[in-house]
Design a protein around this ligand. Structure first.
Ligand SMILES: [Zn+2]
Ligand SMILES: [Zn+2]
Length: 351
């Protein structure tokens, strides 16, 4: 039996933390549930999941639908699109059976690449290699979540570059249904009349739009700020996420634009966060006066997850006193009321 390899290459960078990562996990779950009930898919479809942030990792190696167990997705720092393309090319070399004189190999693999960010590495050489050696031997569908993904790069990579601008529950469900239908109709067409032509389901243009001219798309500032802290008691990492909230103030005497970032949540992550992060030290800085809201520690319940050591590390705090910094191991003393209104610069992760 010739297999139809389906790869889900998923962006698990920090900007996905919270709602989006949950939607992806649920989405993957629902895709597999439907495919398991489809006789054609059960026979031919093999699924693999690759997660990427600053680094890429195969979370589920290519496996038949019936044995696939939807994974919990990790989170990492950075968005290495170049890195994940190289990882994917290695993975295709290693796991797809090629057609030879002796045997019929696998069907042309189909890859669903889902990302919401802008690449933080240099992707040109990876794209060139992909186009030269892999593009004709596989079908890559690239889907950008939200308005801020870099479509000029995704559309260089494939003619199937699409955006899902709105990631509200309802639209996301339609998107997942589209992926499911595409996999189903593709596996059915292979058993009806074997062809190398890919069959994607019809696109609901109100939800998903095909990028026609990437030159029209402006690069945008990211709409979030993410800070990485460590709990001083458990030493485990967490992510504090702020979302852009641009407000125009119009008073009689003057008008001004103020961009603030509102707290949207504080999420515990595991030590594998660092495993998938690129560890790049060229950080962006953000002034804390632009950040509104201070969360508690998601690990130990300390009142503030936003203390800062002189080493630049962010840690959780409860009250004034001396603590050991979980980043640099130095003893630091916090005094009551030390918070100033001037704000201070903190290192911002890069999504
Ligand atoms: Zn804590
Ligand atoms: Zn420190």
């Amino acid at each position: 039996m010739r297999r139809l390899p389906v790869y889900f290459v998923l962006d698990v960078s920090e900007s996905m933390v919270g709602e989006n990562i949950k939607k992806l996990e649920d989405g993957l779950n629902s895709i597999i549930r439907v495919l398991r009930q489809d006789p054609h898919a059960l026979e031919t479809v093999y699924v693999s999941v690759i997660a990427f942030a600053g680094k890429a990792k195969t979370i589920v190696p290519l496996i038949e639908v019936a044995s696939f167990y939807p994974p919990k997705l990790p989170i990492g720092g950075g968005t290495s699109l170049g890195g994940v393309l190289y990882h994917l090319m290695d993975e295709l070399d290693a796991s797809v059976v090629k057609t030879t004189y002796e045997q019929k190999g696998d069907w042309k693999p189909i890859i669903y690449l889902i990302t919401d960010g802008k690449p933080t590495d240099f992707v040109n050489s990876a794209i060139a290699k992909w186009k030269a050696d892999y593009a004709s031997k596989s079908t890559l569908v690239a889907i950008a979540l939200g308005k801020f993904a870099d479509m000029s790069i995704l559309s260089q990579l494939t003619t199937y570059a699409m955006t899902l601008e709105n990631t509200r529950d309802e639209d996301f469900k339609k998107f997942i249904a589209w992926v499911t239908d595409s996999v189903k109709s593709h596996s059915k067409s292979l058993s009806d009349s074997p062809t190398e032509k890919v069959n994607l389901a019809k696109i609901d243009e109100s939800v998903l739009s095909l990028v026609k001219d990437a030159r029209d798309l402006r690069p945008a500032d990211p709409d979030y700020v993410i800070l990485t802290g460590r709990c001083q008691r458990t030493r485990l990492p967490y992510l504090i996420k702020y979302e852009r909230n641009a407000q125009a103030f119009n008073l009689q005497e003057f008008s001004m634009d103020l961009t603030h970032f509102m707290l949207s949540g504080c999420y515990p992550v595991g030590e594998d966060y660092f495993e998938l992060s690129d560890g790049d030290t060229t950080q962006l800085k953000v002034n804390t006066s632009a950040l509104l809201g201070i969360p508690g520690c998601p690990h130990c319940g300390n009142a503030s997850a936003f203390g800062m050591c002189t080493c630049g590390g962010i840690l959780c705090l409860n009250e004034a006193g001396t603590v050991v910094c979980p980043w640099c191991e130095r003893k630091i003393t916090f005094s009551a009321g030390a918070d100033s209104y001037e704000g201070f610069d903190v290192n911002r992760s890069r999504g």
